[in-house]
Design a binder for this molecule. Structure first.
Ligand code: ADP
Ligand code: MG
Length: 338
């Protein structure tokens, strides 16, 4: 069964960036205003997050990596109404099956932080030997949580070999982190490669959207940025916020749309194609638009049952919603040209 769970975990987390996404969402859910990430060897050797969120109580630590352990689900019926990022209670459990996981956490009420090691869904000794009797150890620590993932895929050599290079994995990590940094208002992020003096991405908690976009995607994308916030009450949509840019004719770099639905980073090819076709009317050939979109949709209209690695999302009234959004972006762009 351990091997089965390991293989299942390797299907959910296929590259370090998948683990990072889950850990970032947990840190954001915990109400953090600052999240610092440290990476070694593209996240394969080390992926460490420090947050200043609510922390994890000592008594909750032993069960943290048991499957379906989640503090975000009060009743089973709530499953269809989840609006926080987490709803499965599987991320930490999965990671513990395919990496050496340790957690240090301190809640405000406790004078001490506590540390636990995990393997195969259970607490472990310092040497990552499974031992359900291991107790959280008191350690010094700041408020918040530190999650350390070491030697990802150490026990799944096939997965390790299927990855391309450490640098490719590092680039994907920066991509995921950058997108969350753009989207997460009120949260600062930093992402540093171990051994480097400065972080590769660093945003301030109170930075404006424009500043966050400039920090992550550069000055040329941030200049001539048009921000929008459309009220909408049709098709189960409650809000459409975002920004577009790309009319500065230097922007030759292609940036995949930054799309969040109900605060989860997702991909939606139909939406991508639709937006690109609107832009084609306005952009000179060879220039690429930048699009950031954050949609809030009635949770029961979104298919939450998507595989975590396939970030492709499905929702009801897709055609109507795409048309509505494209119409609005078209209006924004024509207004600008007048
Ligand atoms: P989910 O996010 O779906 O609940 P996870 O396996 O990702 O499941 O996390 C399990 C639980 O661990 C969360 O519900 C939360 O209570 C706790 N947790 C994980 N990461 C953090 C964090 N950074 N800060 C506070 N609590 C956390
Ligand atoms: Mg989670």
């Amino acid at each position: 069964p351990t091997v089965v769970k390991r293989i299942a975990a390797g299907e959910i987390i296929v590259q370090p960036a998948n683990a990072l996404k889950e850990l970032l969402e947990n840190a954001i859910d915990a109400g953090s205003t600052m999240i610092d990430v440290l990476v070694k060897d593209g996240g394969l050797k080390l992926l460490q997050l420090n947050d200043n969120g609510c922390g994890i109580a000592r008594e909750d630590m032993p069960l943290l990596c048991e499957r379906f352990t989640t503090s975000k689900l009060l009743r089973f019926e709530d499953l269809s109404l989840i609006s926080t990022y987490g709803f499965r209670g599987e991320a930490l459990a999965s990671i513990s099956h395919i990496a050496r996981l340790s957690v240090v956490s301190k809640i405000a009420e406790s004078p001490l932080a506590y540390k636990c090691y995990y393997t195969n869904g259970q607490t472990a000794t310092l040497k990552f030997k499974q031992d359900p009797n291991c107790k959280p150890q008191p350690v010094a620590g700041n408020g918040g949580t530190q999650i350390t993932v070491e030697d990802l895929f150490y026990n799944l050599p096939s997965r390790l070999h299927s990855l391309r290079s450490k640098n490719d994995e590092w680039i994907k990590i920066l991509e995921v982190l950058g997108r969350y940094a753009v989207h997460s208002e009120g949260v600062g992020f930093s992402c540093k490669k171990m051994g480097e003096p400065h972080p590769s991405i660093s945003t301030r908690p109170n930075a404006s959207l424009k500043e966050r976009i400039r920090t992550v995607f550069g000055t040329s994308v941030a200049s001539e940025l048009i921000e929008f916030d459309f009220p909408c009450e049709e098709f189960g949509l409650s809000s459409i916020k975002g920004a577009v840019s790309g009319f500065n004719y230097n922007n030759k770099r292609k940036i995949q749309p930054v799309l969040f639905i109900n605060n989860r980073l997702v991909m939606c090819d139909p939406l991508k194609r639709a937006i690109n076709s609107v832009f084609q009317v306005f952009l000179p050939k060879g220039n690429h638009p930048f699009v950031y979109l954050s949609l809030l949709i009635e949770p029961q209209n979104v298919d939450v049952n998507v595989h975590p690695t396939k970030q492709e999302v499905r929702f009801l009234f897709e055609d109507e919603i795409l048309e509505w959004i494209c119409g609005k972006i078209h209006d924004v762009l024509s207004e600008r040209d007048n």
